[in-house]
Design a protein around this ligand. Structure first.
Ligand code: S6P
Ligand code: ZN
Length: 189
C-alpha cells in the first residue's frame, strides 16, 4: 500500500525550485524562436549574434482531452532584456477563444500582459510568488520577467484550449514593458 502511494507521489509531483513536473512534455524556447516579438529589431539581431540563450521552458501535462478535461503546466521564464524590453513569452490566444486560464505564480517577479482581442484593451497583472492571475477567454496573454531570478508559474487551462500564435504574431501586442530608470514602464508599441 505504501509503495502504491509512493509511486502516486512520484507520478503527481511538482517542484518549482527544480523546475520539475511529473508526467509532462517539455517545450524549450530560445531567443531565436522569438523573432518579431521584441520591439527593438536592431537590439534583437545584436543579441542573437552573441548567442541563442534559452528564454523559457514549459512542461505541459495533458492527462485527458475529453470535454470538460483540463491540462496544466509549469513554466520558467529566465531574466534578461533585449534592448530595454524584458524577456517575455511569445504570447498567444487560445484556439478555442472562449477558453480561459489560471496562472499561479511560484517564484520570481514579473507580469502578465493581457489584451482583449475585440477591444484591444490591455491589462498588466502582477505575476510572482503567491500571485494568481485569471486570464479570461478571448484574451491574448504573454508572461514577462522583470526580476533578476527565473520567474516560475503554474498554469491550468481547458484541454480544448489550444494555442493560436498566428493572430497575435501578425500585429504583436499593442503594449510593451520596458525598463526606464530601473523600473518597468508600460508603453505603446
Ligand atoms: C498555455 C499557457 C502557458 C504558455 C507558456 C508559454 O495555455 O498559457 O503554459 O504556453 O507560458 O507561452 P507561449 O505563449 O510561448 O505558449
Ligand atoms: Zn494560454
Amino acid at each position: 500500500m505504501l509503495e502504491h502511494f509512493q509511486s502516486l507521489a512520484e507520478k503527481f509531483s511538482v517542484n518549482p525550485d527544480a523546475f520539475a513536473l511529473s508526467g509532462g512534455r517539455e517545450v524549450v524556447r530560445c531567443l531565436g524562436d522569438l523573432d518579431g516579438c521584441f520591439r527593438d529589431a536592431v537590439s534583437y539581431s545584436a543579441a542573437l549574434a552573441c548567442g541563442n540563450p534559452v528564454l523559457y521552458r514549459v512542461i505541459a501535462v495533458e492527462p485527458a482531452s475529453g470535454s470538460g478535461d483540463l491540462h496544466y503546466g509549469l513554466g520558467i521564464l529566465y531574466p534578461g532584456k533585449v534592448g530595454s524590453e524584458y524577456y517575455l513569452t511569445k504570447g498567444h490566444l487560445h484556439r478555442t477563444r472562449e477558453a480561459g486560464e489560471v496562472y499561479i505564480g511560484q517564484r520570481g517577479e514579473g507580469f502578465m500582459l493581457l489584451e482583449d482581442e475585440a477591444s484591444g484593451e490591455s491589462r498588466l497583472e502582477t505575476l510572482g510568488a503567491g500571485r494568481v492571475v485569471y486570464v479570461p477567454g478571448f484574451t491574448a496573454h504573454r508572461t514577462i520577467n522583470t526580476g533578476t531570478v527565473p520567474l516560475t508559474y503554474f498554469g491550468i487551462y481547458p484541454a480544448n484550449a489550444g494555442h493560436d500564435y498566428g493572430a497575435i504574431a501578425e500585429r504583436n501586442f499593442r503594449k510593451v514593458l520596458v525598463e526606464e530608470a530601473g523600473q518597468p514602464v508600460l508603453k505603446d508599441r
